[in-house]
Design a protein. Structure first.
Length: 305
């Protein structure tokens, strides 16, 4: 794509990438709401960083089996397995030791990401290995996506949305009153694993688009922005999905329009702009509305004296 190319001339592949990134943004914003409400944003961060060793190991397995190492399904499968192992490790450390969850998250994140960086350096030193595409999974590489890969991304994102719709009641109970659910005999551990599976699905879907470093921002920022606008979960999910979808779509369009703009970073920056606008201008919780309410309260108190 050339810089300054009109949108109408960008072709089928760009349209597919646009649809895929928009679907990813909607899914990430929706699933991220439950992580924000449960105050577990750091778990998402650990999970995203923990996918790196799985990607590199899947690449090596592909080379050993004679499969194309850059095969996206193979790499995403490796990322999913590695992320699931990281979540299981965090839960095991929290359950079987006296360490708090944040310490377990920090240990698992640094361990898995360090292993991934070492393996990546080893792979890049192999004379027969073409690992040029692997670095794209760290910061994202939307421009290199083919239409089939974008379709795979969209399918994974839609699967995550279907999971939220199917288990909405359970996820709502887990987010707002886990103690009551546990006392009532609900399998909260299974619900939590299901939520982590949805987060893993969104993380894996977003690796090539925004990368494992920035996917945490796409998961958390739209949900955090939506929280300023409402106290109702249903509306929060809709607003977060809208913000996430607009962030993905606008970021992909800008990256396609201007060749030198990395799509992953632009998508995250667009989401950050929505967050800042919500922070200042949301009518219920925004800083401007709170300042005006306090000013009116002070004025009314002064007039009453």
């Amino acid at each position: 794509m050339m810089e300054g190319l009109p949108f109408a001339a960008m072709g089928h592949n760009t349209a597919m990438v646009l649809a895929g990134t928009t679907a990813l943004g909607i899914a990430a914003g929706t699933v991220g709401c439950f992580m924000v409400l449960r105050r577990r944003a750091l778990v998402s961060d650990a999970l995203s960083h923990a996918t790196l060793p799985g990607i590199v190991i899947a690449f090596l397995v592909g080379l050993a089996l004679g499969v194309e190492g850059r095969s996206l399904p193979l790499l995403l499968l490796g990322a999913a397995i590695s992320g699931a192992l990281a979540v299981a490790a965090i839960q095991a450390i929290t359950r079987w030791t006296r360490l708090p969850e944040d310490a377990a998250i920090g240990a698992v994140l640094s361990c898995f990401f360090g292993i991934g960086v070492v393996l990546l350096s080893v792979v890049q030193a192999l004379p027969a290995a073409n690992a040029a595409g692997l670095k794209g999974f760290i910061f994202g590489q939307t421009a290199a996506m083919r239409s089939g890969e974008a379709a795979t991304l969209a399918v994974l994102a839609l699967a995550a949305l279907a999971g939220v719709a199917l288990f909405f009641k359970e996820l709502r109970l887990l987010a707002f009153d886990e103690g009551f659910a546990r006392a009532a005999g609900w399998p909260t551990g299974r619900f939590d694993l299901g939520l982590m599976a949805l987060v893993t699905l969104v993380t894996v879907a977003g690796l090539q688009t925004v990368g494992l470093v920035l996917i945490i921002a796409l998961l958390i920022t739209p949900a955090a922005a939506a929280r300023f606008w409402t106290d109702r979960l249903g509306i929060m999910l809709l607003v977060a999905g809208l913000i996430g979808g607009l962030s993905g779509g606008i970021g992909a369009l800008l990256s396609a329009r201007f060749q030198n703009l990395p799509a992953g970073a632009i998508i995250v920056l667009v989401a950050a702009c929505f967050f800042m606008a919500s922070l200042f201008f949301a009518p219920a919780r925004g800083l401007l509305a709170r300042t005006l309410r306090r000013a009116r309260l002070r004025a009314s108190l002064g007039a009453a004296r």
